[in-house]
Design a protein around this ligand. Structure first.
Ligand code: GLN
Ligand code: ZN
Length: 777
């Protein structure tokens, strides 16, 4: 028996650098403080370090072209020359200025930092941005038009292959597959299916593959995560057509076709029939695929087994994995198997060893990209036959798994008790909406078209500086509190002055709408360097939800109480909802997500009850990320929505009829979830509508949605200050869809990323719009 290690691949690695080097290099270049050459040099340095790191950790199938200055889908648009006319591109190699105009807008205008979580488009001239499958990574949406043509316009894949080669690495270049690329795109012409462009697109891919092959590339990785979506016959035949042509025209290079983010499921027959040399499957999200595929796969197909979680931060239990993998490897043969993470490691932080102040027990349960590579190398060694040589590492891995399973840091009997005590009455408001609305109307006596905001006011440089100083310890707790009180008081006074009807405290004390709560709940851990790319140069550090969640003490009551003490008007209390906290965190994988979510819901419920006892009459529970948690497959939507809505109801239903529950969602697509929204039964929902010209209210109208709604009439993603007339016009469009008694007047979302200079006139105009409508309806 040979002791050959099995090949170990990464599929793709984080680009940002362990210390966010890429972000700083980009921002310095954008600010005109460094040259293009300096930026490119920094990028090359990151790539070289990345290749070296992989090699030293035992990765044998090293990718190239997984790096990107901004986004790999944008890179693909550049590669094939899919560049809309507005960028003034005249053909030829795509210049960096064009590339950044597509990603950030031509005038380097405001970049739409939005809610800190980047789920929106930004500056007018930039391409639209949207979520990459069900991750929190955002890609630039390719734009196609009728008559679109493609030419090879960026040689990046070839250049980066050569760059690696010159440094001594034989790499497997990665490309976004042609079918996924077209499917992710949008068309400027209605009714035009981008997939119809396939035959025009393929020659560019073939040219790239040919050039790679001629320079010595043996394999190329083509990412087709669309394989895990619900595909129609058009898409399936596009896959057959694309890979059929590659096989025909490019016999010289082997294709590793990569699926990830779920089960190939009903596309399996299509996938297995494609004439490719290798297939990568996600065995973390869909472990059942191993047996399905091993028994049906062509004798000459190489299988890349995605066994280490590329989407989450947990350490693997290697001996348990080996047990599962050994029979499959024996059956397939060692020469046909590669080991890999479930997907590119773009979605996990880089190196756990940088975390010096993470609780050491919790740290022992985690693995970031570096640690995951080591795990894969160990698996490769053991499966290759050298189990003895790996025994120490394997034992440590098993021990970590056992410690995690038993740790009192994770399992709390109290939480279990409360979870099993959730009953029907906890999920239901005392009375139906019609009754509540009557009681609340009487209580609040608000004018018609009541005005409010979504919660946050500008997080100015001053606010951020004070927070940083407090974190550093140069500003004492008391000084920081005094500062925050000052900001809050000023915001409250100003809201009164301009005549808003329902006030907010401004959220100055919050670093982030999820982190703020995570830091006060038990069961969450935070990293110092655990950044993952959200989009472009924007990275986030998601909280790590590792254990049972509970709330040691009230989290927001003091700030609310202070703010309410400053005014007689209703002060809306502000919370982040359980589904949003869950969806923007790394979540434990030892219990179902639904259960983790309900635990958070119980903690938020306690907070809601405490706020009510303290005198809060209106409580907003934001569910900004509810929609983005929708599973990739439609067949799984209902199960998700059921527990997501249930969690919201658990968190919100304890209050009296006269307490008004608000929720907020910042998106513009409600048709699919209107049923769920109605089931949430919030008294008031505010949503993002200003850009859609109120068209999305149709979903509410058709549903005969009975509760109150605040459709956003101020686009907070733009620095522009809308005029009163413009806002009145939007309201009049809303009135065509909904009854006056349902309508609230508010911006699209929180104002934390805006400047006071924009917010002040915009909200003054907004209040004027409501007043004018009241006077002359
Ligand atoms: N209350 C939050 C704010 O105003 C809501 C943000 C969001 O929905 N993303 O910032
Ligand atoms: Zn929002």
């Amino acid at each position: 028996m040979s002791l050959l290690k099995l090949p170990v691949a990464t599929l793709g690695t984080p680009r940002i650098g362990p210390r966010r080097e890429l972000k700083f290099a980009l921002e310095s270049y954008w600010a005109g403080k460094s040259t293009e050459a300096q930026l490119l040099e920094a990028a090359a340095g990151l790539r070289a370090a990345n290749w070296a790191r992989q090699k030293s950790l035992g990765v044998t199938v090293i990718p190239s072209n997984d790096f990107s200055l901004y986004d790999h889908v944008l890179d693909t648009s550049a590669m094939v020359g899919a560049i809309p006319d507005i960028y003034g591109w005249k053909g030829g190699p795509v210049a960096l200025t064009t590339y950044f105009a597509m990603s950030r807008g031509a005038q380097n205008q405001d970049h739409g930092a939005d809610c800190g979580h980047a789920h929106h488009g930004h500056g007018a001239a930039a391409q639209e941005m949207t979520k990459w499958f069900d991750t929190n990574y955002h890609y630039m949406v390719p734009e196609f038009h009728d008559g679109q043509t493609f030419t090879l316009s960026s040689r990046k894949p070839i250049e980066e292959y050569e760059e690696a080669k010159s440094l001594g690495y034989q790499t497997r270049p990665v490309l976004v597959g042609p079918v996924t690329f077209l499917k992710l795109g949008k068309s400027a012409n209605a009714g035009f299916d981008p997939l119809s462009l396939l035959d025009r697109l393929l020659p560019v891919y073939i040219e790239v593959l040919r050039e790679l092959a001629s320079r010595g590339a043996e394999w190329v990785q083509l990412d087709e995560p669309c394989l895990v979506l619900d595909l129609d016959e058009t898409a399936r035949s596009a896959l057959r057509r694309a890979y059929g042509r590659f096989a025909l025209e490019m016999p010289g290079i082997k294709i590793m076709l990569a699926s990830y983010f779920g089960a190939i499921g009903d596309n399996l027959e299509t996938a297995l029939a494609l004439p490719v040399a290798g297939l990568h499957v996600d065995l973390v999200r869909a472990p059942e695929q191993l047996d399905q595929i091993a028994s049906r796969v062509r004798k000459d197909l190489v299988l890349s087994l995605g066994v280490v979680d590329g989407r989450n931060v947990w350490r693997s239990n290697l001996p348990a994995l080996l047990e599962r993998l050994e029979p499959a490897v024996a059956r397939l043969g060692k020469d046909r198997v590669q080991l890999a993470p479930s997907c590119s490691m773009l979605h996990v932080p880089i190196d756990l060893d940088l975390e010096i102040d993470l609780d050491s027990e919790v740290k022992g349960w985690l693995a970031f990209s570096v640690q995951k590579m080591k795990e894969l190398a160990t698996l490769g060694q053991a499966l290759g036959g050298d189990r003895a040589g790996a025994s120490e590492v394997l034992a440590a891995s098993e021990q970590a798994a056992a410690s995690r399973k038993a740790s009192p840091k994770i399992h709390h009997a109290n939480v279990a008790r409360q979870m099993s005590a959730i009953n029907e009455s906890m999920r239901r408001r005392r009375s139906g909406f019609a009754h509540r609305a009557r009681v609340q109307r009487e209580r609040f006596a608000l004018p018609k078209f009541p005005t409010t905001t979504i919660g946050s006011f500008p997080q100015t440089a001053d606010v951020r500086a004070a927070r940083a100083a407090h974190t550093r310890g140069t500003l004492s707790d008391a000084q920081y509190r005094t500062f925050l009180k000052g900001e809050t008081a000023r915001a409250v006074r100003w809201q009164e002055e301009i005549g808003l009807d329902v006030l907010v405290h401004g959220e100055f004390e919050r670093n982030d709408m999820v982190q703020y709560f995570g830091e006060q709940l038990s069961g969450f851990a935070f990293t110092r360097h655990g950044w993952v790319q959200s989009y472009g140069s924007r990275y986030v550090r998601p909280p790590i939800l590792f254990g049972d969640v509970s709330r040691p003490k009230p989290m927001t009551v003091e700030w609310w109480r202070y703010a309410q003490s400053l005014t007689k008007k209703p002060m809306k209390a502000m919370l982040t909802g359980p589904v949003t906290i869950l969806n923007w965190s790394f979540v434990r994988d030892d219990i179902p997500r639904s259960e983790a979510c309900r635990q958070i819901a119980l903690a938020i419920r306690d907070e809601v009850m405490d706020l009510e006892s303290a005198g809060a009459t209106m409580i907003q529970i934001d569910e900004a990320a509810l929609r983005e948690g929708l599973p990739l497959r439609k067949s799984e939507w209902k199960a998700y929505l059921d527990w997501a809505v249930d969690s919201f109801r658990v968190s919100s239903s304890g209050v009296a009829d006269e307490t008004q529950i608000h929720t907020h969602m910042c998106y513009s697509e409600f048709n699919d979830i209107i049923d769920a929204i109605a089931t949430m039964d919030a008294d008031v929902i505010s949503i993002e509508t200003s850009r859609s010209k109120m068209e999305l209210l149709e979903a509410f109208k058709n549903y005969k949605y009975p509760n109150e709604i605040g459709p956003g009439i101020y686009d907070i993603h733009s620095p522009r200050v809308p005029e009163t007339a413009e806002m009145k016009n939007l309201i009049s469009l809303a009135r065509k869809q909904l009854s006056d008694s349902q309508l609230w007047i508010n911006p699209d979302c929180g104002l934390k990323t805006r400047r006071w200079e924009e917010v002040r006139p915009a909200l003054v105009n907004m209040v004027a719009a409501a007043r004018e409508l009241r006077a002359a309806p």
